[in-house]
Design a protein around this ligand. Structure first.
Ligand code: ADP
Ligand code: MG
Length: 360
């Protein structure tokens, strides 16, 4: 009988997990409240129900040999219910609990002796002003939870900008801005059998807070690449997470700062779909099934470029060929800044690939 994978969430990450499951002869069911969720194009089954719908969760539990999630903000009650049903959700709640909250995740990582930007907790304008006095300009204020693609963030570089920040009482983190040389990320995977492997480091270029491009190999010294992979393995092993974990770092000189992590496949590792012998989705599935993890190999230099809603017209001219791999997520609405797909440009000359991506 084909193995059955249950997925909480039905976005593009679920879609690509289902594509990988299909390739391996597995079946899949996604649970997502939206009728339109793009994962439905690749999933065997689609439950259009909310994450707190007990009947739907029960159906997912009965169907699945293993259950996973594709986003960090899965309600913890849903995981509790799945665990009460004695269904197999090997990642559990802990990775979500830690990564859903920026202070919790930085505190957990600092405890492992890994550096982060200096930070302070902020709850209102008054504590913000005090925190700025301590950390000094320039700083960046972020909501502790729920932010993504640069949303829920305020750069505060001057007294005027501080005065303009208008925040409600809530949970925020104020971070010292790091004048980094490069932003990089590492996708690390840990199997329930305790195997741990890392994909090559990606160098990330963000535009307006949204990931635009990932360049692999990252243009950093090999020893830094090795240290970052060791840090990533240390984090996933020490925190005893299972599944995939995308970790973002800043590099300044020889200093490496942890920025944030997400316990799921990660946009910055979409390049693995075409440039590696195993994709992040392949290894995510292997890891939750408790299989041995092969060390993934980079087969070609690659530049991954995100396709956003505003790129609708440009996509019409794209040709998928041996060296240009176009992935569209089949989302219906092309909205500004919405991630609609990505392109993996493969080839020997990395600088040429970057130019190609820039010219898109
Ligand atoms: P998101 O969840 O939106 O990806 P991040 O914490 O990764 O949130 O912040 C988005 C981007 O903002 C980062 O990729 C980086 O370019 C910039 N940024 C965030 N924190 C800092 C910092 N402490 N110093 C410098 N730049 C930062
Ligand atoms: Mg980020």
């Amino acid at each position: 009988m084909a193995k059955k994978i249950g997925i909480l969430g039905g976005g593009q990450l679920a879609k690509m997990l289902c594509d990988s499951a299909n390739k391996n002869g597995y079946e899949s069911m996604i649970l997502d409240p939206s009728e339109d969720s793009c994962g439905k194009h690749s999933a065997t089954e689609h439950l259009v129900k909310s994450y707190d719908d007990k009947d739907a969760l029960k159906v997912l539990c009965d169907y699945s040999d293993v259950i996973t999630y594709e986003f960090e903000n899965v309600p913890s009650d849903a995981i509790d219910f799945i665990q009460e049903q004695k269904a197999n959700i090997p990642q559990g709640k802990q990775p979500l609990y830690i990564s859903q909250h920026r202070i919790r995740e930085k505190t957990a990582v600092l405890a492992l002796g890994i550096q982060t930007a200096s930070f302070l907790e902020v709850t209102n304008k008054e504590t913000l002003i005090k925190a700025i006095e301590q950390l000094k300009f320039p700083c960046i204020l972020k909501t502790c939870s729920g932010g993504y693609d640069g949303k829920g963030q305020w750069k505060i570089e001057t007294q005027e900008e501080l005065e303009q920040v208008d925040i409600k009482t809530g949970n925020y983190i104020l971070e010292k801005m790091i004048d980094f040389d490069k932003e990089v990320s590492c996708l690390v995977v840990r199997s329930t059998n305790k195997d741990v492997v890392c994909f090559p480091i990606g160098e990330n270029i963000h535009k307006n807070g949204i990931l635009s491009m990932t360049i692999v190999p990252a243009r950093i010294d090999t020893y830094l690449e090795q240290i970052i992979q060791e840090i990533a393995k240390n984090i996933i092993t020490s925190l005893e997470f299972v599944g995939s974990l995308g970790i973002e770092f800043f590099i300044k000189g020889d200093d490496i700062y942890f920025n944030e992590m997400a316990p799921r496949p990660h946009n910055t590792a979409h390049y693995t779909l075409d440039a590696c012998d195993y994709s992040q989705f392949d290894l995510h599935i292997k890891s939750i099934l408790g299989e041995d993890l092969p060390t993934p190999q980079l087969l070609s230099p690659v530049v991954m470029l995100n396709i956003l809603g505003q790129d609708k017209e440009k996509v019409k001219n794209l040709v998928n060929d041996k060296m240009t791999k176009v992935h569209l997520y089949k989302k219906t609405e092309w909205k500004q800044d919405r991630k609609m797909g990505h392109i993996n440009y493969l080839g020997e000359d990395l600088e040429k690939l970057i130019q190609l991506a820039e010219g898109f």
